[in-house]
Design a protein around this ligand. Structure first.
Ligand code: MLT
Ligand code: ZN
Length: 479
């Protein structure tokens, strides 16, 4: 807890000095603006801040950081504020300033020969994808919140998403980085080299650091050729084990073409059908599980549809798949993807939910789902398990929806025993307690148990070395 001296450090004089750097449009102090920036997307945390600072360029970020350091004021960097773990909200006592990256919104360079995009932190992921597409390239990172999430935040949390099975996580797409360090120094590491073996890989320190080591202001991202052919199928399966068998068959047939392999439960999909306007089931009958499989290739006339049909016909004959629909148009493809991407929003509308963003080896996904379901139903009778997510890379969102009619506040109070119950199964399969959402404010207490000893000690030494005053996103990541 900051002491009283720290709390009073956000003085009118400090705000005036910051205003002199960023101008009137670079500082928001109206209650509606500060309140919106103080609450997370899931509404788990409600903090308080006296101002949201919106620098317009990297020099302004650096100047603001220097002023805050001199005043001993902590900074919470915020992009699209779509964190699932409260990673970008200020604390409750009002002692922290929010620094928004929204005005760092320029594309600095795009090169379709080098296949690189040099882009500032405040550009949304969706806009970045569009810039790449205009040049005939693909930025191969896709997450459900891409319309709002900003590049800086996406990198700060090392976002994963739907295409990890093919292209890896955000970390795998970063060639260069520019960041403002906790003392206000600007580090320009915006190199766009594919080979650069010159000492410690500093950019990777900031990717996944969740704003605790500095502020990412720009990055060089790798692009890939845009697909010339895509095929998407929505498949009904009886069990998660059947979904795994289908994955194995698609992999055996044409592993290099898989760009997404996503799992949805019947229950989670029924929430989407209930709460999201115009959502429709592409197969005839509801099933216990569904799979979205997408194949893509930059080669023209590659016969992907025939390839998908071949695998699905075999799977239907062998009873691995109950029914399947292949998208016939871009509109159908988008409608299938919507069923998957609206899962979180639909769960939010259905009631209170506790999220478990976990990963296990791909081959263990069915066993994990079965065992975690049984354990949670035993812990809270009537609880509704909604496993879904990125089956192709082993990352399952094992979310739990409150029992029908239960008090949402009571249910949310059970979050620690619920997460512990799920994590016990995760541990059994050598998995991770946070696969892609990060640690934020929600999970630092789990760190000693899962990453304790040498690993956590090393993380603390890195934090102390870079941010000795502890002013960068305090209370996140490290317990
Ligand atoms: C998604 O993949 O849609 C999000 O990461 C999931 C979530 O709500 O847990
Ligand atoms: Zn996800």
């Amino acid at each position: 807890m900051p002491d009283a001296a720290t709390v009073s450090a956000i003085t009118p004089g400090l705000l005036d000095a910051i205003r002199a750097v960023v101008g009137d449009r670079g500082i928001l102090t109206d209650a509606s603006d500060t309140a919106a920036a103080s609450e997370d997307w899931r509404r788990l945390y409600k903090g308080r801040t006296s101002a949201v600072i919106r620098p317009g360029n990297t020099d302004e970020v650096a100047a603001v950081v220097k002023l805050c350091v001199a005043a001993g004021v902590p900074i919470v960097t915020q992009g699209g504020n779509t964190s699932m773990v409260g990673g970008a909200v200020p604390n409750e006592d009002g002692s922290e300033l929010v620094l928004s990256t929204a005005r760092l919104n320029r594309v600095r360079d795009i090169d379709p020969v080098d296949m690189t995009l040099t882009i500032e932190a405040g550009v949304t992921l969706k806009a970045a994808q569009n810039f790449a597409a205009e040049k005939g390239c693909l930025l191969p990172l896709s997450i459900s919140s891409e319309g709002t999430a900003q590049i800086g935040g996406v990198l700060a949390v090392n976002a994963g998403g739907n295409n990890t099975v093919r292209y890896g996580n955000a970390r795998d797409l970063v060639l260069g980085l520019e960041a403002v360090l906790p003392d206000g120094t600007i580090w320009n590491g915006l190199r766009r080299l594919r080979k650069d073996n010159t000492g410690y890989c500093l950019r990777q320190l900031f990717v996944g650091s969740e704003g605790t080591l500095g502020i990412i202001t720009a990055a060089v991202l790798k692009l890939v050729p845009q697909p010339k052919e895509t095929a998407v199928a929505f498949c009904a399966v009886a069990t998660a084990a059947d979904a795994l068998e289908l994955f194995a068959r698609v992999q055996a047939h044409d592993a290099a073409a898989i760009s997404a392999f996503e799992l949805m439960s019947g229950l989670g999909t029924s929430f989407v059908l209930k709460h999201i306007p115009n959502a429709a089931l592409p197969v005839e009958k509801p099933a216990p599980f569904y799979v979205l499989v997408e194949l893509a290739t930059p080669r023209p006339n590659a016969g992907l549809r025939a390839s998908l049909e071949f695998v699905l016909e075999g799977a239907l004959t062998d009873g691995v798949v109950q029914d399947a629909a292949i998208a016939e148009s871009e509109a159908q493809r988008a409608a299938i993807w919507r069923l998957r991407e609206e899962h979180s929003e639909a769960q939010k509308r259905e009631g209170a939910s506790v999220k478990n963003d976990v990963s296990v080896p791909v081959s263990k996904v069915p066993a994990f789902i079965d065992e975690a379901t049984a354990a949670c139903e035993k812990l809270i009778p009537g609880v509704r398990c909604v496993p879904f997510g990125h089956m192709g890379d082993g990352n399952i969102h094992f979310n739990l929806e409150q029992p029908v009619g239960a008090d949402p506040a009571w249910f949310l109070d059970q979050d620690h025993p619920i997460m512990e119950t799920v994590n016990e199964v995760v541990r059994k399969y050598d998995g991770s307690f946070s696969a892609e959402h990060g640690i934020g404010k929600l999970k630092p207490y789990m760190m000693p148990d899962w990453r304790g000893g040498a690993e956590l000690a090393l993380m603390r030494r890195i934090k102390d070395a870079l941010d000795p005053l502890g002013l960068m996103n305090p209370g996140k990541v490290l317990p």
